[in-house]
Design a protein around this ligand. Structure first.
Ligand code: DGL
Length: 278
C-alpha cells in the first residue's frame, strides 16, 4: 500500500457529486477522497461538448496534480461528454497509469435488476440527453433486458438545486411537467434512472409525481458498489489509493458559499478550499 496521500478524486460541475461522495465515504470509510466542484462554472448541462470536455480535463489534471491516481466523474454531463475522449485520447498520452471512470455505466449495469418490462425512463440534463449516452450504453450493456429507453431533458432542475430551491411551488411545477412529459412519451415505463447527480436532492418532490410502483434509481449507491468491485478487480489500482480516512473539499466558488450549500448535499458541515481551474 502507498504511504503517499493518493486520494480518489471525485469531480462534479457543482454540488451534485457530493451525493455520490456521501455513499463512497459511507461504504469505504478508510479510503482518502478529494472532492472538486466547479461551482463557479456550473451548470454544465447546456454547455457544448467542447467546453464540457475542456473544463472536465482541467479538473482531472488538477486532481492528478493533487496525487489522485483514480478519478470518478461524479457528473453525468461530464461522463457523457468528456469521459470517452479523456479515456481514449488523453490518458494514454499524458497519464498512462491513471484512470478516470464515470457514473453512467454503473447505472446502466444496475437497471436490469429493476425493470421487469424493459421500459426505462431517463431524466437528465440537456447535454446528457442530447449525447444519447444512456440509450447507447443501455443497448450495449443491458442486453435484451431493456427494450425501450425514453429520455426527458430537465434543464431547470440543476439551477433549482444549485439555488437550494428544493421544494418550492416553482420546483413542483417543473418537476411535475418533466415527469408528465416522460410518462406521456412512454406510459409503460416501470423504472426511471435519475441521470444527474443533483436530482436525488429533489427526490421528495419527484416521488410526488412519479406514478406508484415505478422504481426510481439514484446513482449514489450503485456507483459506490461498482467502485468497490472495480478496486477488487484491480488490486494494482487499489494499492495506489491511500487509506487514512481523510476527505478534502475544493471548489472554484467562494469558500463560504460552497461550505454553506455543500452541507445540504453531504448532510454535515465541511471545510472547503477555493481552487482555480484553467
Ligand atoms: N451533476 C451534474 C450531472 O450529473 C449536473 C450537470 C450540470 O452542471 O448541469 O449531470
Amino acid at each position: 500500500m502507498t504511504d503517499k496521500f493518493q486520494p480518489i478524486g471525485v469531480f462534479d460541475s457543482g454540488y451534485g457529486g457530493l451525493t455520490i461522495l456521501k455513499e463512497f465515504i459511507q461504504d469505504m470509510p478508510n479510503y482518502d477522497f478529494v472532492y472538486l466542484g466547479d461551482n463557479a462554472r456550473a451548470p454544465y448541462g447546456s454547455r457544448s461538448f467542447e467546453v464540457v470536455y475542456e473544463y472536465t480535463l482541467q479538473a482531472v489534471q488538477k486532481l492528478f496534480g493533487m496525487g489522485c491516481q483514480l478519478v470518478i466523474l461524479a457528473c453525468n454531463t461530464a461522463s457523457a461528454k468528456a469521459l470517452r475522449t479523456i479515456q481514449q485520447n488523453d490518458l494514454p498520452r499524458l497519464f498512462p497509469d491513471r484512470r478516470v471512470l464515470g457514473v453512467i455505466r454503473p447505472a446502466v449495469e444496475s437497471i436490469g435488476d429493476y425493470t421487469s418490462n424493459g421500459h426505462v425512463g431517463i431524466l437528465g440534463t440537456v447535454g446528457t440527453v442530447l449525447s444519447n449516452s444512456y440509450p447507447i450504453e443501455l443497448e450495449k450493456w443491458a442486453g435484451g433486458k431493456v427494450v425501450k429507453t425514453t429520455q426527458e431533458a430537465c434543464p431547470i432542475w440543476v439551477p433549482l438545486v444549485e439555488n437550494n430551491e428544493l421544494d418550492s411551488s416553482g420546483t413542483e411545477y417543473f418537476v411535475a411537467k418533466n415527469i408528465r412529459n416522460l410518462m406521456n412519451a412512454d406510459p409503460e415505463i416501470d423504472s426511471i434512472i435519475l441521470g444527474c447527480t443533483h436530482y436525488p436532492l429533489l427526490m421528495p418532490v419527484i416521488k410526488k409525481f412519479v406514478p406508484e410502483g415505478i422504481h426510481i434509481l439514484e446513482q449514489g449507491k450503485v456507483v459506490s458498489v461498482k467502485l468497490k468491485e472495480y478496486l477488487f478487480r484491480h488490486p494494482e489500482m487499489d494499492q495506489e489509493c491511500s487509506k487514512s480516512g481523510n476527505v478534502k473539499y475544493f471548489s472554484t466558488e467562494n469558500t463560504e458559499v460552497f461550505e454553506k450549500n455543500a452541507t445540504t448535499f453531504i448532510g454535515k458541515v465541511i471545510k472547503g478550499e477555493k481552487i482555480i481551474l484553467k
